[in-house]
Design a protein around this ligand. Structure first.
Ligand SMILES: [Zn+2]
Length: 204
């Protein structure tokens, strides 16, 4: 039973300062939606969940249940404890940003996961200039056998979820990706939900 459940509206973000041991579940409410996830050390903002360090740590290119994500100081920060989805996730593609949308011909004020990160991190006095490589939950991106990098459609069904355990205190930021030009989110940007499953201590 969740301690709290928060809806992340389509194209918006969520963040919380969580303590080690907290379990959170990210739910794709309507299906076909991806989320960008970051985690920062609240005591040292230069330390954060690092996709490239985690790939080396785990010896795999794609996150799966059982993964331990490490920081750029190679310390465990987040465990991917349970996957109730088709199992496709990415940590190779950059977050969408205003530059990406300019290149795609979108309006200058188009929302982006990078802007969401910057705004959410600021709530915790973390200044972010550019987004680190995110953990792209439910993103079905992959390298084909011929080396092409495909942004394939998300495979999630309504209610699919991924559950994580914090391995150190962290500010976690999640962005419901607003990508509506490149069609990897069937049905377009939709809302997501975050459940705090138990809370040794939560300070919003
Ligand atoms: Zn995005």
């Amino acid at each position: 039973m969740a301690v709290s459940t928060t809806t992340i509206p389509a194209r918006k973000g969520w963040s919380a300062h969580l303590v080690a041991g907290t379990n959170i579940r990210l739910i794709d409410v309507e299906g076909g939606q991806a989320a960008d996830l970051w985690a920062y050390n609240p005591a040292d903002h230069d330390e954060f969940l690092s996709a490239q360090h985690s790939r080396v740590h785990m010896g795999q290119a794609y996150p799966v249940a059982g993964w331990t994500f490490v920081t750029n100081q190679r310390r465990p920060i987040l465990e991917f404890t349970h996957d109730a989805s088709p199992g496709r996730h990415d940590c190779l593609a950059a977050a969408c940003d205003s530059f990406r949308y300019q290149l795609l011909g979108a309006d200058p004020d188009h929302a982006s996961c990078e802007d969401t990160l910057i705004a959410e991190a600021a709530k915790h006095n973390i200044r972010v200039a550019r987004a680190p490589q995110p953990f792209n939950v439910f993103a079905n991106f992959h390298v084909d056998t011929d080396g092409r990098f495909e942004l394939d459609k998300c495979l999630t069904e309504p209610g699919d979820s991924a559950t994580f355990t914090l391995l150190m205190d962290a500010v976690v930021v999640i962005s419901a990706c607003p990508q509506d030009i490149v069609g990897f989110q069937p049905g377009g940007p939709t809302s997501m939900a975050v459940e705090i499953l138990d809370a040794p201590g939560v300070s919003p």
